[in-house]
Design a protein around this ligand. Sequence first.
Ligand SMILES: Cc1cc2nc3c(=O)[nH]c(=O)nc-3n(C[C@H](O)[C@H](O)[C@H](O)COP(=O)(O)OP(=O)(O)OC[C@H]3O[C@@H](n4cnc5c(N)ncnc54)[C@H](O)[C@@H]3O)c2cc1C
Length: 396
Amino acid sequence: MLKGKRIVILGAGFGGLACANLLRESLSFEHKITVIDRKDYFLMGFVNLWILNGKRTLEDSKISLSNLNGKGISFLQDEIISINPSEKIVTTSSQKHGIGYDYLVIALGAEYAPGKIEGFEKYGGFNLYDVEHMPQLRKEILAMERGKIAICVTGFPYKCPPAPYEASLIINDILVKNRTRGSIDIDVYCPAPIPLPVAGPNVNQDVNDLLDKNHIGFHPSHKLKDVLNRDLLEFEYADNSKEYANYNLLIAIPPHIPPLVTKHSGFIKYGQNWMDTDKFTLKTEYENVFAIGDITEIKVNHKVSIPKAGIFAEGQAKVVSQQIVDHINNKTSNSKFDGKGFCFMETGESKAGYIDTDFYNTEGPATILSPPSEESYRKKIDFEKNRIKDWLLSYP
Ligand SMILES: Cc1cc2nc3c(=O)[nH]c(=O)nc-3n(C[C@H](O)[C@H](O)[C@H](O)COP(=O)(O)OP(=O)(O)OC[C@H]3O[C@@H](n4cnc5c(N)ncnc54)[C@H](O)[C@@H]3O)c2cc1C
């Protein structure tokens, strides 16, 4: 009979892995930590871009989640089908009687709904956020001799706001090296009037300048409505008027939705799109249930929410793991999420800009983009390497 507590973490992504490891470092082995995910591997989101630019292969990038077992964290590969916070039970496809918990961390991320864009799948659009699409997308970019590449942001919120612009700059780089850039246009279409609505005017100007410098077209206020056929896109403006654009290769950041299990289990209430969680403690309204990362919507003001990015999921995981440790040790927890984060925005030619953010800044959210450098690119590589090592490769 287990004397300690049962901590169950739903989702072995950025937030779930950070949380499980921090808990394991702080709690003795009488406390059981279980992580559940339908996937059997972890891969960081931005690795999609490294597969796209040919620096990585898909198979070399997947790290087995069964490595968690060697660290004293039980990993269960399974589909989570319901969460019952009143009985403190999670049900999965294989564990229909349920897995009980004393503490639950919901870190189920965001899912994609490309089917919401009519014609997108039928006419062979590529999902930039689906890593399985990357090898074929790279092949098609390399095989293209002339034409138009359209990169469409289909709606907000979406993960890692700079990623579509990074992708456009990386594709620019691939085409330059392939000596086809002169006969291929790259256009980014975005429903917002500026590239990064979560960032301030200076960062948006910097992104616009980067795109201009590399002759990448930016089309603001363009919401992709339909893919009409293999070479025609239909966009809709806020006043319902339409515009059409030709394309030869379509890449989209599809609409994002919360995993169905959170909806079916009643965690997303009428009028909400994502899970509600306390902006500092990450506690939900249910006893000992926390929600972190992309599954949440944390409003900073009436316009801005914490962006869906791994760095915030990780920052929140730190807070939640400390909250749980303190609670188990009967201590009052002072651990609070500070709204701070950073990321490296790749710009091609093995360079990256550094974006530093403070969303809880008293004078309003603050974002700074430092100019691209090889040093920031190297730091991005280390960012991934260090986390993979800490979360999945180092053993006690
Ligand atoms: C191209 C790209 C580039 C990016 N670049 C950056 C970057 O530079 N910096 C940065 O900070 N972030 C970046 N991100 C975003 C980052 O990957 C996400 O924000 C982060 O992964 C969110 O962490 P999470 O723990 O909330 O969710 P996830 O990491 O998505 O994990 C959720 C997990 O839950 C599992 N799951 C969901 N539903 C179920 C279910 N019913 N049953 C079982 N398992 C389930 C999923 O399989 C998944 O593994 C990027 C993302 C992409 C796509």
